[in-house]
Design a protein around this ligand. Structure first.
Ligand SMILES: N[C@@H](CCC(=O)N[C@@H](CS)C(=O)NCC(=O)O)C(=O)O
Length: 233
């Protein structure tokens, strides 16, 4: 048995969500750091593992899976059946799935566009992007407020928290002020306190993103198929 292998990038939010799930489920795995700056994930060789040419990508003894949400769900189903991270009750599970879908379609998508992409590529932080991000934060704040629970899908920590925390850490990395979203701010702080082992997985990624935010990496040699690359200085 070769075991689980995760192709990831150290400062990547979706990779971080998967690493937190592996930690939460106490699963051993081999981490394969992909050289993003060299475009390793864009290579034809990598596309055999993941035709999307994205990380993260899981290799479970030759079973390849990408999309962090699908990976989280697979890991919980296969290696943690019955674990409170991914409840079996259809309505509880539906709420977890809803938060995961909301994160990937809206919350993280807007954070990635506004906060993360301009660190690495030639994108601007626009007022429109900020407005879309604020609307997504309003939604998460309302969900948490109405639900009145400590975690994103109920009283127990679930896969939803892992994905949403990995997204929110990008806002912390760029020192985005969460004060107007008090429930989001409290939920994020509560997560760190409730799950120090998981936060220990995420914090180095957040700090690495912050370092890149303060001093953007030189990706001018990267011939990226769809991101506008900043010219070298
Ligand atoms: N929907 C994907 C998003 C993954 C994603 O955006 N990965 C980024 C790195 S954090 C990536 O590989 N981007 C490819 C690129 O920018 O070339 C997931 O959640 O797995």
């Amino acid at each position: 048995m070769a075991g689980l292998k995760l192709y990831s990038v150290s400062d990547s939010p979706p990779s971080t969500a998967v690493k937190m799930a592996l930690e939460a489920l106490a699963l051993e795995y081999t981490n394969v750091e992909v050289d993003f700056a060299a475009g390793e994930h864009l290579s034809d060789d990598f596309s055999k593992k993941n035709p999307q040419r994205e990380i993260p990508c899981l290799d479970d003894n030759g079973f390849f899976l990408s999309e962090s949400v699908a990976i989280l769900q697979y890991l919980a189903d296969k290696y943690g059946p019955g674990h409170s991270l991914y409840p079996r009750d259809p309505q509880q599970r539906a709420l977890v799935n809803h938060r995961l879908a909301f994160n990937i379609s809206t919350y993280y998508a807007r954070i990635a566009e506004y906060a993360v992409a301009p660190i690495f590529f030639d994108y601007k932080r626009t007022p429109e992007g900020l407005n879309k991000l604020k609307i997504a934060l309003n939604v998460l704040n309302t969900i948490l407020e109405r639900q009145g629970t400590k975690f994103a899908a109920g009283e127990h920590m679930t896969l939803a928290d892992l994905s949403l925390v990995a997204a929110t850490m990008c806002l912390e990395a760029v020192e985005f002020d969460l004060t107007p979203w008090a429930r989001v701010q409290r939920w994020y702080a509560d997560f760190k306190q409730a799950a120090p082992r998981l936060w220990a997985v995420a914090e180095p990624a957040m700090l690495e993103l912050r370092a890149f935010s303060n001093s953007p990496p030189d990706l001018s040699a990267l011939r990226h198929p769809y991101h506008p690359v900043r010219a070298s200085k």
